[in-house]
Structures are given as C-alpha cells and as structure tokens.
Ligand binder design. Structure first.
Ligand code: SAJ
Length: 455
C-alpha cells in the first residue's frame, strides 16, 4: 500500500487501528476511534484485562465508559485480543499507550515502552503508521523507539510513525480526547500528514504539527507547569494560614485580575502523571540530569502537603482536648482526585499512615476504589459510623461526597472537626452545625497552622 492509499483509508475510516496498552489512556482512545467508525483491535499484556474487557467490564471508573465499551463490542467495532501479532496484522495503524512511570529513584522507567517497541519491531510493519502517545523524555521517539521499530522498514518510504502525546484528564477522558487540541510530532512530512488525518477524524479542535522533540517536551512541560502552579497555590495557602485568612477567598479576589490564574491548594498532587512527569523532563535518556530549582522545589512542596494535612487534623483534635489514641478519623477518598478510581500517588496514603502512626483509628470511605492504604474500609456513611467519628477528612472531591446530607454530620462525636482539603463544603454551612471547619489555607486560628519542614 502506498502513502496515498493509506491516507485515503485513514480519511475514509477504512483503516483498522490497533491500540497497545488499554489503561486509562489507551482504552478511552480505542473506544473513541471505535465510536467514530474505525475497527479497533485492543491489545494489552495483561490477559485478565483482555478477558474482562471482552466481557464488557472496564477496569476503571470513567464517565460513559461502560456504555461505550458495551456498544462497540456489540457492534464489532472494538475487539480486545491477547495476541499482539493478530491485532497488528489486522491493522493499518498502531497506537502505543503504555505507561512510562519512574523508578523509585525517580529515573524514567521505559521498560514497558521498550517491550512494546521490541515486540512490534519483530512484526511486519510495512505500510503501517505507528503512533506513540505515552509521555516520554525528549529524543526517546527518534533515538530509542524509531531504531527498534524500523529494523525492516524505511521511515517515510514504506513505513510511517509520529509522536502524538495524549492530553486527556482522567474523569473527563472522552470529552477531552475530542475537544482538546492535539500536537503531532513528526520527523517526516508524510507521517505528519497521516497522523493529522487520523486525529482529525476524532478531534473537534486544532491539530498542531511540530518536530518530535518539541512534542515530547511539550507534554512534560504542560504537566510540570500544572505541578509548579499547584505548588505555588499550596505555598500561598500555607502563608494564608499564617495570616489567618481564607485561601479560597484570596483566590477569588486575585483571579479577578485578567493575567492571574491561581490554582487550588489541596492535600497534595497525586495521579500517574504530575508526580512523575517533572522527573522525565529533568532526566534525558542520555546525558546528565538537568538541574531546575523551581521544578524540584515544587515537587517537594506538593509532596509535603499530605504531611501538612495530617498535622492540621492532629493539631485540631488536640486543640479540642482530645487524646489522639482515643480518636476515630474518617477519610473520604483514597482516589488521587475526584470521580476517578485511580489511587496511584494518592495523597490519602500518607495522610492515613501518619494518622495511624499517631495512634488514631482511621476509617476510609471511597465508593470508587477498593484501596484502603491500611485503614478500615467502610461501605456507606451510615449514622452508626458517623456517630463514632471525631474528625472527617475530605481528600477526593467525588460527586458522591459533595451530595452528602449535612444533617448526618451532626451526629459526629462531641467537638467534631471537618478537614475539607478539596473545598467541597461551604464553611458557613458546616460551622452552623457546630462543627469546626478546616481546610488547607483555612484554619480557624493561625495556631493550628504547621510549619513547612518541621512537621
Ligand atoms: N490538583 C490540585 N490543585 C489544582 C488542580 C489539581 O491540588 O488546582 C491536584 C489533583 O487533586 C490531583 C493532581 O493535582 O491530585 C493532578 O490532577 P489534575 O486534574 O491536575 O491532573 P491529572 O494528573 O489527572 O491529568 C493531567 C492533565 N494535565 C494537565 O492538565 C496539564 C491531563 O491533561 C494530562 O493528560 C494528564 O495529566 C496526563 O495523562 O499526563
């Protein structure tokens, strides 16, 4: 098949697609292409995942995923399969969405990408287009992936490839795949054109073409930008605690300026992307580690926040004359953020551990996850549970938590405390119930505040 024939197949939804890696990026991507009319083969090394997807059971929470999975399996547009060669041989385009985490010493761990590229390199990739969506350190596409997958082909002649970083925010995956502008990083013009035609058929927004190194860097810079901005918000919230003013009110006022956009302070930064992408940015695949004070300090500030939250909780309990070993604390949320079932790098892990070290009894409630981080799991917010709680700590802003009947909170133990790190409640409503309301950047009196680094 020539370049022109492949282009036409892609434009007319006739090109088959194989998605490698069916996690929180790969699966929504596969289902979106299937929804638009492409035939999509889904491959993952996890056989049990392929089994459950074949039985129409998604492995994580995402709005609309269940319906779309069932629909596209029923109409034959999505076919999960545990043979990579089967999926690749049936396809004209292969999209790699494997995880690129960091090791414990925060070095890029490209082992999944290496394995996927190696397995692909052993198959016949002639006349196919390969796309990488995983977040990767600059030059990985050109110097690491391309040499492995072009062993029997020539880029731009009988094979095409591009780097197209995913940009979806878990929890809004389907709308973001369609509405967020996409970046295409390519090393040859034909690959850029093919990738653009493919994404044009699912994206209702701009598609920008650039070289692969800039595309790789852009992805890491975007997530680092957010991490640094959240760190700034967190630091300002600590300053607000010192002054005894409400950070949320301050944000409202500052953000009325047309060139200011303060982010929200919170319990820390979790998830599979923000806590590790700054490290991918600073650790090139070859050469020395890059120094950046602002990026490294921001990571430290965000990593400190769970500790700060536990200190807010224990300070508040002690200020009410309670002995920590005689208190029960209910944590709302083990997910790393609202409305997702992902618990990777969740701030609640450290909050729970610290509170347990301080001898508090810790319960957790999260209707979207099975993770407890060693706390006692409860299955509902029954009054018999609430009446034993001294403090309630909101760590994930799930919609279910926002809709809690506040009257039930009145049954908490004497001198009750709510630490609402995600600002899901109106402080006045809580205080009206006789409950002490605390948040990051909102302490009743500044004595409850903690010092960065001394907790
Ligand atoms: N958070 C705050 N304050 C804020 C915003 C977020 O404390 O103002 C916290 C959240 O609670 C969470 C963490 O930050 O713990 C990350 O949440 P997020 O919603 O900012 O980001 P992710 O990790 O779910 O998704 C990000 C997105 N990147 C950007 O917005 C630049 C998404 O678009 C990327 O596709 C995704 O990373 C990814 O996969 O790389």
């Amino acid at each position: 098949m020539s370049y022109e024939q492949l282009l036409e197949k892609i434009q007319n939804f006739q090109a088959n697609i194989c998605v490698v890696g069916l996690g929180q990026v790969g699966l929504p991507t596969a289902l979106t292409f299937a929804k638009q009319g492409y035939k999509v083969y889904g491959y993952d090394i996890d056989k049990s995942l392929i089994n459950s997807l074949s039985q129409k059971q998604p492995s994580f929470e995402e709005e609309g995923i269940q319906e779309l999975l069932s629909k596209t399996i029923d109409n034959g547009k999505f076919e999960p399969n545990n043979s990579l060669s089967y999926c690749v041989n049936k396809s004209d385009t292969i999209i790699i969405c494997v995880a690129t985490p960091t090791t414990l010493d925060v070095q890029p761990n490209l082992s999944f990408l290496k394995k996927a590229s190696k397995s692909l390199g052993e198959l016949d990739l002639q006349e196919k287009l390969v796309i990488i969506e995983s977040s990767i350190p600059p030059r990985t596409f050109k110097d690491f992936v391309l040499p492995i997958i072009t062993q029997n082909t020539t880029l731009g002649k009988n094979f095409w490839a591009a780097y197209v970083p995913e940009r979806l925010s878990p929890g809004q995956a389907f709308s973001e795949i369609q509405e967020t502008p996409r970046i295409i990083g390519n090393e040859d013009e034909q690959s850029g054109n093919l990738a653009k035609s493919l994404y044009q058929n699912i994206v209702n927004s701009k598609i920008l073409l650039t070289n692969s190194k800039i595309a790789e860097l852009s992805k890491l810079v975007e997530n680092t930008y957010r991490d640094v901005n959240i760190a700034f918000a967190n630091e300002i919230s600590l300053i607000c605690e010192k002054y005894g003013i409400d950070f949320a009110e301050l944000v409202k006022v500052c953000n009325s300026h047309p060139r200011v956009n303060l982010h929200m302070a919170g319990p820390g930064v979790g998830g599979p992307c923000l806590p590790k992408d700054p490290y991918l940015l600073l650790n090139p695949i070859e050469g020395e580690k890059i120094e950046s004070k602002i990026i490294t300090e921001s990571r430290k500030i965000n990593d400190f926040m769970p500790l700060h939250v536990s200190k807010l909780v224990t300070n508040a309990l002690e200020s009410q004359g309670k002995s920590l070993d005689d208190t029960t604390i209910l944590i709302l949320g083990t997910a790393y953020k609202g409305n997702v079932s992902d618990t990777r790098f969740s701030p609640s892990k450290q909050i729970i551990q610290v509170l347990q070290q301080k001898q508090c009894r810790v319960l957790v409630y999260d209707p979207l996850t099975i993770e407890t981080f060693g706390a006692e799991k409860i299955d509902n917010l029954d009054i018999t549970i609430i009446e034993n709680c001294d403090a309630l700590v909101v760590v994930a802003d799930h919609n279910q938590f926002k809709n809690i009947d506040l009257n039930i909170l009145q049954s908490m133990k004497k001198k009750p405390i709510i630490v609402d790190t995600k600002r899901i409640f109106n402080p006045k409503d809580i205080e009206k119930l006789g409950i002490i309301y605390i948040s990051v950047g909102y302490v009743e009196n500044s004595n409850l505040s903690t010092n960065m680094g001394n907790s």
